[in-house]
Write a protein that binds this ligand. Structure first.
Ligand SMILES: [Zn+2]
Length: 177
């Protein structure tokens, strides 16, 4: 996946005949998408209070930009798919943990009982196993969608863009001008 820098006057420069921003295949539709990013102003304040205010401002006022994104049929729903997958993984993890607690309580009784050290040990083990068994594959299989990497007054940098998309550069590679 590559990155794409767009100046403010290029945000809506694509029509339905552009390639899909996600895979580079011919696109079939354009989706108007609001990208959000929270970031510090990048200014350094000597004053502690101003620094805290800057931090607060970052949390309260995420930067937003609307971009018209050309996408193919396969990718027009890729943000929703991603959200569903993440929610699905989170839910499976929750169900797994709930089941784990239920089994331990059923076998040993209350986990808050000091005599039930074994059960608490299994609980900790189960939490770790659940995390490794679900979060690791999720991190590998669930590909993050097109998202904002940087937003400022002059434009936006998107990441998760097809390598072949016009203007896209691989991370770390320099733009030709
Ligand atoms: Zn596509």
């Amino acid at each position: 996946m590559a990155e794409l820098r767009l100046a403010d006057n290029q945000l809506h420069g694509w029509g339905p005949h552009s390639p899909c921003m996600r895979c580079g295949a011919p696109s079939t539709c354009v989706v108007r998408k609001t990208f959000t990013q929270r970031q510090m102003s990048g200014r350094y304040y000597r004053n502690q209070l101003l620094r805290q205010l800057d931090f607060l401002l970052m949390l309260l006022t995420p930067r937003r930009k609307d971009v018209t994104v050309p996408l193919c049929d396969r990718h027009k729903g890729h943000w929703r798919r991603y959200n569903l997958l993440v929610a699905g993984f989170a839910l499976s993890l929750l169900v797994f943990y709930a089941g784990l607690v239920a089994v331990l309580v059923w076998k040993w009784g209350s986990l808050l009982e000091p005599r039930n050290k074994d059960a608490v040990g299994y609980l900790v083990l189960g939490i770790l196993v659940g995390a490794v068994a679900l979060i690791v594959p999720a991190a590998i299989w669930v590909k993050a969608p097109i998202r904002a990497k940087w937003i400022d007054e002059r434009g936006i940098t998107l990441t998760g863009v097809a390598d072949t998309f016009p203007g896209a550069v691989k991370p770390g590679q320099r733009t030709g001008g």
